[in-house]
Structures are given as C-alpha cells and as structure tokens.
Design a protein around this ligand. Structure first.
Ligand code: GUN
Length: 277
C-alpha cells in the first residue's frame, strides 16, 4: 500500500484543529526568516498556512541577510523569555557568516519544535521520548507505520548525512529496532549498500542517485530529497523507472513534505503542553 501523504496529513489536521479549538489559550509559533531565499519563503508560507488552519497562532520575524550573529541571538532570547511563545523555528539555511549550531542552540530545548538543538538530538539518540523530535524523520517513520511496515528485522539504508534528516533518522530507525546503514553522496559503491535494503530513504539533494538496478524488487523507497536546476526539480530517486519497476515509492511533493509541516504543528502543541503543565 502507498497512500497519499496529503490525505494522511489532512486527517491529522482535523484532529489537531478539534483539540486546539477547545483550548482557552492557544499555542504560538514564531518563525525567524533571515534573507529572501525563495525556497525558505515558500516553506515559511506553508507553515503559516497550516498553523492558521489548526488554530495555532503564527508570528513571522523577518531579518535582513546581513544581520549579525549577536543580533539574531538577541531575537531568540526575547522569544525564549516570552511566555506567550511556545515554539521557535529558525528557518534554514542561514547566511554563511552566521554559525548555525550556535544559533540553534540558543533556542530553549522546550521551545525547539524543529528538534534541532543538541539536547533534543541527544534525547533522540538516547531513545528518550520526553523531547521534541525532528519533523522530517518523524514523517519518514510515520510513512512506514501507515504502510504497516514494521522496522524490526528490516535493513534500512539511508542516503544522506545531514543534521536535519539523515543523522536523526539513523537514531530513530535504530530505536525501532531496524538494522541501519547510513550512506552519503561520497559513499563508494553505493549499490553494495542499497541492494540488500528493505527500505531506502533518500535525502542527499543529488539528482537521480538511486536507480532501479540498485534495489531489490520489493524494496520500499522513501524519497525526501530534491534539487532545483534551471528551475526544474530533480528528485534523488529516478521516480519513474523505480515505480515502473513495481517498487513502492513515495513521491516527494505529496508525501514527506506534507508530513514535515504536520509534525511541526504536532510538536508546537506538544511544546505548548510541556510549558503549561
Ligand atoms: N530548511 C529546510 N528544511 C528545514 C526544516 O525542517 N526546518 C528549518 N528550520 N529549516 C529548514
């Protein structure tokens, strides 16, 4: 079975909406957007749209590309100390003169709804579910669950080593008892790592890094990555030939992206409850 991520997300949004509608006080999500990267603007507008849909209040703070690290830290500290704000997102990527780890780790872990701070990443590695888990990897695990794929006894090959997807996903799959291999765009003989995989997750941003000859006939492929070249979008997997080969594969636009935004809203509500015990 491969269902549609958009439909799964819509069912969850209805549940969230019903729950949040009944709260006297509403959760607040603040997003800091630095510069005018078109992809970042698009992602932020999706977050704003779905927050509004489920009664989460949304605050956008826009900053110039040239902002200094100290100024950005001040913005975050203000949001940390503002009791009306429950979740903080720093839209990535940040300009190269700013140290991303320093900025992310300025966010209070209890408000870090992206799950990117060292504390929340550490909790994932320790299988401690009291923190906030990164949203795209949560989406990938959810895709397996709704497709009734139990990760126990399965070989999972993840292609991608980013802090946002690859690394936390390794821990989350290990927590589900999967046997995990983590590759990247510089892995030698990639096929030797994909041909025995029951599940392949792609998150490199390297076009067509996975082709049908590299995987088992029944392997389940979850594609998270894409690249834009000359205004054309290329996915990490050769979607057409892999789906024509009969492999179950999730297309990027209708699947993981939808679930990433959904888990941002779920994390915002979790953060709200953590701060209103
Ligand atoms: N840029 C691309 N993906 C993400 C994400 O999941 N969170 C943030 N903050 N920035 C991103």
């Amino acid at each position: 079975m491969i269902t549609n991520g958009k439909e799964i997300a819509l069912i969850w949004y209805e549940k969230l909406k019903e729950e949040i509608k009944l709260l006297d006080k509403k959760p607040w999500l603040a997003v800091i957007l630095v510069g005018d990267n078109p992809a970042s603007i698009r992602y932020v507008s999706q977050k704003a749209k779905w927050a509004k849909e489920v009664w989460i209040q949304f605050k956008l703070i826009k900053r110039e590309r040239g902002i200094q690290e100290e100024e950005l830290k001040e913005d975050i500290k203000k949001l940390n100390n503002d009791e009306t704000i429950h979740g903080i997102i720093i839209q990535l990527p940040l300009p190269s003169h700013i140290d991303t780890n320093t900025i992310i780790n300025t966010i209070y872990p209890v408000k870090d709804i992206d799950g990117f701070t060292a504390i929340n990443m550490g909790k994932i590695a320790l299988w401690d579910e009291s923190g906030l888990a990164p949203c795209t990897p949560s989406g990938v695990i959810h895709i397996c669950k709704v497709n009734s794929i139990d990760l126990e006894w399965k070989n999972v090959t993840i292609i991608g080593r980013s802090n946002i997807v690859g690394k936390p996903l390794v821990s989350m799959c290990i927590n589900e008892w999967a046997t995990v291999t983590c590759c990247n765009s510089k892995t030698k003989d990639l096929k030797s790592h994909t041909q025995n995989a029951d599940i392949v997750v792609l998150a490199t941003g390297k076009p067509w890094i996975l082709t049908k000859d590299m995987i088992k006939k029944e392997a389940f492929v979850i594609d998270v990555g894409f690249t834009v070249i000359d205004e054309k979008i290329y996915w990490d997997a050769c979607f057409q030939e892999i789906s024509e080969n009969g492999n179950p594969i999730t297309p990027v636009p209708w699947w993981v992206g939808r679930l990433t935004v959904l888990f941002i809203m779920k994390n915002t509500l979790k953060a709200f409850y953590m701060q209103n015990k």
